[in-house]
Design a protein around this ligand. Structure first.
Ligand SMILES: Cc1ncc(COP(=O)(O)O)c(C=O)c1O
Length: 462
């Protein structure tokens, strides 16, 4: 790792002393200090020294409208000065919830019965995990509880959501996963295709693995399958053609629910409102967060089918109450901002815009496919990745300890671009949906500079 490029400021020093950073190599941070971001403008953010960066990740795949959308600030202010807080327990509800649920049902990619609110993607998936139990108990099938999740899936960090996630660092030392989670393979052909195997054969092999897994566990014990349409944090994995069709046929045969985790893909990232439409999914539950509010205020939601709602409603009547909910479920500030976000998506035809500018990003990334550091360039809509490789022809990764992806990210930052490295030296791109073609070009130009720097560095040690 090269030396820090910026001095540690008093704010950075305080942060280092008292803040336990999420998802960070903590000892390294103690040495190098944080990048303190203080301002945003369009797709750019600025650090405390005044340096500007294109936010090539929209923060954490979320700030869809960039970092200075005044309509959202105004909506928040109006709501804060009208009704800053109220709850939805015991038959009450804050005013702005009604308009938001109407709008969300309008946006739903398949018919959905109800929307349940939470504050993060993790909580929405945690809630889905709980509802799988509630639903099957309510239907008199107490054995049907297991959830199948995929390697490299990312569903969040609560006990249940981390258990569903298929990344080992999320389990180590946390004594996870919880029981009732069953794992199957990640549909990343580049990494997991066998020598000589075609994509179609790979899909067949994964489908067979799913069928075998269900048979091994007992179909009467398997309740649900959870999947991101495009896996994000696990490496920006776009499934091969036919994958979801085969998966869904097997789920249907065994009466297994599909939970679509659309926390990254919901509201336009892939050039359709949801990944559900892209891959022709028939989910029974859908989780959304992030771009629901353009990340300006924390909020997530779980869509449930009417069938699930009816069973839950009957069971809760028998129990006396539906014993679940957060203090901030349907928080009026979040509702107001979410509603305004969805109106902006409609007024500004954001999903169409994504479809219009996406080829600029996808073609630009694929031009790097012949770079000697790049094993694969891939993506869909406004999400993409460069998977770096020690030997691209053999799809051979770098030794993780070399930190090649982390080096790239630092060089990109030095050139005014923030991107993220995922495990396996995969560089992820997920810019704000409002990004223009000119801004995409600037992002790609900075990527090229960072690739050149990284290549020069790699050649010094091999
Ligand atoms: C697909 C997916 N699901 C769930 C989550 C968890 O969301 P949160 O960090 O808001 O809890 C994330 C976060 O990146 C995600 O990418």
């Amino acid at each position: 790792m090269d030396a820090p490029t910026l001095p540690i400021s008093p704010a950075g020093r305080s942060d280092l002393t008292h803040h336990l950073h999420p998802y960070t190599q903590l000892r390294q941070l103690e040495r190098e200090g944080p990048l303190v971001i203080v301002r945003g403008d369009g797709v750019n953010v600025f650090d405390e020294h005044g340096n500007g960066y294109i936010e090539g990740m929209a923060g954490l795949w979320c700030a869809s409208l960039g970092f200075s959308e005044k309509r959202l600030a105004d909506a928040a202010y109006r709501q804060m000065t009208t009704l800053p807080y109220y709850h939805s327990f015991s038959g009450k509800v804050p005013g702005p919830v009604a308009a938001l649920v109407d709008k969300l049902i309008e946006w739903a990619p398949v018919p959905m019965g109800r929307v349940l609110f939470a504050n993060s993607g993790s909580e929405a998936n945690d809630t889905a995990f709980k509802l799988v139990r509630y639903y099957n108990n309510a239907r008199g099938r107490p054995l049907k509880k297991k959830i199948i999740a995929r390697n490299k899936g990312y569903h969040g960090v609560t006990m249940a959501a981390a258990s569903l996630s298929g990344l080992p660092m999320m389990h180590q030392h946390f004594d996870l996963p919880l029981p009732d989670v069953v794992r199957v393979s990640c549909p990343h052909f580049y990494q997991f295709g066998l020598p000589g195997e075609t994509e179609a054969q790979f899909v067949d092999r994964l489908a067979q693995e799913l069928e075998d897994t269900i048979q091994r566990e007992g179909p009467e014990t398997v309740a649900a399958f959870i999947a991101e349409p495009v896996q994000g944090a696990g490496g920006v994995v776009v499934p091969p053609a036919g994958y979801f069709a085969k998966v869904q046929a097997i789920l249907k045969k065994h009466d297994i629910l599909l939970i679509a985790d659309e926390v990254i893909t919901g509201f336009g990232r892939l050039g359709q409102p949801f990944g559900t439409q892209v891959f022709d999914l028939k989910p029974d539950m859908i989780t959304v967060a992030k771009m629901l509010t353009s990340a300006y205020v924390p909020m997530s939601a779980l869509y449930v089918s009417d069938q699930i709602y009816q069973a839950v409603a009957d069971a809760s009547a028998a129990v006396g109450v539906f014993g679940h909910g957060y203090t901030y479920s349907g928080h009026p500030l979040a509702c107001a901002v979410a509603l305004e976000t969805l109106r902006i998506y409609e007024d500004d035809r954001i999903v169409d815009h994504v479809r219009e500018v996406a080829p600029r990003l996808q073609d630009g990334l694929r031009k790097f496919a012949s770079h000697p550091l790049v094993g694969q360039a891939r993506g869909l809509g406004l999400i993409g990745a460069l998977e770096l490789a020690a030997d691209p022809a053999q799809r051979k990764p770098f030794e993780p300890a070399r930190g090649v992806g982390a080096y790239f990210v630092r060089r990109a930052q030095a050139h005014g671009l923030i991107v993220r490295v995922l495990g396996g030296d995969i560089i992820a791109f997920s810019p704000p949906l409002v990004i223009t073609e000119a801004e995409i070009d600037a992002m790609l130009a900075r990527t090229e500079l960072a690739l050149a720097d990284t290549w020069e560095w790699v050649r010094t040690w091999r």
